[in-house]
Design a protein. Structure first.
Length: 194
């Protein structure tokens, strides 16, 4: 059973809950992460969530999302999910870019996401091809970052609500994702391990 770390408003660990039961109309604040995978040519790995997922099924989004297990270093959680969801085995160089990202979003059916969700960049060798796990990812495509970001910011490309917010913040870091400045780990939620 996958478990998530519950948080208070200051980002402190206040317990754990089973992931299967945490997402509903009154989802408690919990710890998550988002990752954006790029190749050395600056292409971004865009993914479409599996159509049977409880939250935002079939929606295009960032490369990979997940929850660190209780006691797991968050960078290890990112690498674990990249291997599990996308068949991209490590080791990965997982780099923090948005340590303070937080969002709350509600689906049309009332299910809520409520996360402190630091954002990470991972750069893989050009030519790396994902092998998506169909339980998690419907499809994955490499796209030029600039075109993707512009289409999200202009509203011409539909993506998950957290991805829209993240792309706004990431775009402010510069046009070249491989050279974005790193975030300060001191700005991570207190519950983050490692």
């Amino acid at each position: 059973m996958e478990r998530v770390v519950l948080l208070d408003e200051a980002g402190n660990d206040v317990g754990v809950a089973d992931k299967a039961g945490v997402h509903h109309a009154d989802t408690p604040l919990h710890l998550a992460f988002s990752s954006y995978v790029f190749d050395r040519d600056g292409r971004f790995l865009l993914t479409r969530r599996a159509t049977h997922k409880k939250t935002w099924p079939g929606v295009w989004t960032n490369s990979c999302c997940g929850h660190p297990a209780p006691g797991e270093a968050i960078a290890d959680g990112v690498s674990r999910r990249l291997a599990d969801e996308l068949g991209l085995p490590g080791p990965h160089k997982v780099e923090l870019v948005l340590p303070r990202f937080r969002y709350r979003a509600e689906m049309g059916n009332g299910v809520v996401e409520n996360e402190m969700c630091p954002v990470y960049r991972v750069v893989v060798d050009s030519g790396a091809e994902p092998a998506p796990n169909p339980d998690e990812v419907d499809s994955a495509v490499w796209v030029p970052w600039g075109e993707f970001a512009e289409s999200v910011l202009s509203g011409t490309r539909e993506v998950s609500p957290w991805c829209v917010l993240q792309v706004r913040e990431l775009s402010a870091l510069g046009d070249d994702p491989v050279s974005w400045p790193l975030g300060d780990p001191a700005d991570l939620p207190a519950a983050v391990v490692g």
